[in-house]
Design a protein around this ligand. Structure first.
Ligand SMILES: Nc1ncnc2c1ncn2[C@@H]1O[C@H](COP(=O)(O)OP(=O)(O)OP(=O)(O)O)[C@@H](O)[C@H]1O
Length: 400
């Protein structure tokens, strides 16, 4: 029997790799041509054009479902503007941050500040009031007479952060120009949530959405074309079978035409095929990839819950029934075993609705005649998945 490590290393060395350039399958890769998005590229460029003529562009809001090419188009337009302004003396700063990657509003503003070139002394990483952080950023723009474009990707998360901390920051950001004597600040917000606007303060809507570009969904045929081009660049020739390509496009195009999901699928399928030392990516590899991606998503979301949410999920798994009352008594039992104080039934009822939003559990209202109504919950994922994910959690080990 050959050594398992050597076998894998030999295979890697013998060059049996079907993916020739992995970076091309990464979501940050900017392809040379952006297909099916000419009109959107034109609209975003038009909207930001004034900066090349030394005046302030209007704030812009870009909408569309996940994976419809919003970030790609905005980044490409910014890159092209950047290339041109590097040759001119007009001071422009194009700044990008993703709200989802910053857990606090403070963090997001500091990320902008750092990209403007502000150091830790000018803008400390913690400790100031939000209004002070904002003031310092504006002072920096003012003093250096910069014309800045702040791109806030996944701005819906920022809106959530704002609503949690109760700060009026979105409004202030959109009206920043009124406080600037020199230089300017333009906001470009990117949102996955089409109902995002409805959740905003009307004052913010009117200034943030001065211009809007909507990205429509890709259809299966368009996703297929995007995939074909990416496969040509990333894989060695003829290593992806046609049915595999079609299945990727169908799976990703089926819901709302998510190009990111299509590219993820082909990347993971390619990795699975390589691991099995296959010379081609087949439909089966794509199916396996789809299951793996789904499982990873469930696992990440289960792991991210705080302790009491995890206890509630285990309580549903173990409860002799599924009404809120039954789940609560099962939860109380688990709290006792792990030696934690239980939360109130009211809080657990609220928590159940929150967990339901993530899709891990589903609830159904049951009418019980004169006894009123109760909500029954069940898991939408397998008990095995929960046990596998929680088994490394020291507090939970005894109750799984
Ligand atoms: N028209 C296209 N041509 C080539 N690749 C594309 C196209 N549209 C999207 N992609 C690719 O699909 C992936 C997702 O695109 P992008 O990140 O721009 O989507 P998004 O709409 O910003 O989604 P999200 O809101 O989830 O970030 C990226 O890898 C991107 O390169």
């Amino acid at each position: 029997m050959s050594d398992p490590i050597d076998r894998l290393l030999d295979a890697a060395e013998s060059g049996k790799s079907i993916i020739k350039n992995r970076d091309i399958l990464h979501f940050t890769y900017i392809p040379n041509t952006i297909q099916h998005r000419n009109s959107e590229q034109e609209q975003v460029t038009q909207s930001l054009l004034p900066i090349l003529k030394h005046s302030r562009p209007s704030n812009l809001l870009v909408y569309g479902k996940p994976g419809t090419g919003k970030t790609l188009v905005v980044k490409k337009v910014l890159n092209k503007i950047q290339e041109r302004v590097e040759k001119s003396k007009f001071p422009i700063k194009l700044i990008y941050a993703n709200s989802k990657e910053e857990t606090t509003l403070y963090g997001l503003l500091v990320s902008f500040g750092r990209q403007l070139g502000m150091n830790d002394k000018e803008l400390p990483g913690t400790g100031l009031a939000i209004s002070e952080v904002f003031k310092r950023i504006l002072n920096n723009i003012d003093e250096s007479k910069i014309n800045a474009i702040f791109v806030i990707d996944e701005i819906d998360y920022l809106a959530q952060l704002v609503s949690k901390t109760g700060k009026d920051i979105l409004y202030q950001l959109t009206r920043a120009n009124e406080r600037l004597k020199q230089g300017s600040l333009t906001l470009v917000g990117i949102s996955n949530d089409l109902t995002f606007k409805e959740k905003l303060d009307p004052r913010v809507i009117s200034s943030l959405g001065e211009e809007e570009v909507v990205f429509t969904n890709y259809n299966v045929e368009q996703i297929k074309k995007i995939l074909e081009e990416r496969i040509d660049e990333a894989f060695i020739p003829n290593s992806v079978e046609d049915p595999a390509l079609n299945l990727c496009a169908a799976l990703a195009g089926g819901e709302h035409g998510d190009a990111r999901r299509a590219i993820d699928l082909i990347r993971v399928a390619g990795e699975i095929a390589e691991r099995q030392q296959s010379e081609k990516v087949s439909q089966d590899h794509v199916r396996e990839a789809s299951l793996k991606i789904e499982e990873n998503k469930e696992e990440t979301s289960l792991k991210s819950y705080p302790l009491h949410e995890k206890l509630v999920i285990l309580a549903i798994m173990k409860a002799g029934g599924s009404s809120t009352g039954e789940i609560y008594s099962s939860y109380k039992g688990l709290c006792k075993i792990v030696g934690r104080d239980e939360l109130t039934q009211r809080r657990i009822t609220q928590m159940l609705s929150e967990i339901e939003l993530s899709g891990i559990i589903s609830g159904r209202l049951i009418h019980q005649g004169i006894h009123g109504r109760t909500k029954k919950y069940k898991l939408t994922i397998s008990s095995e998945m929960i046990k596998k994910t929680f088994k490394d959690d020291l507090t939970l080990q005894d109750i799984i």
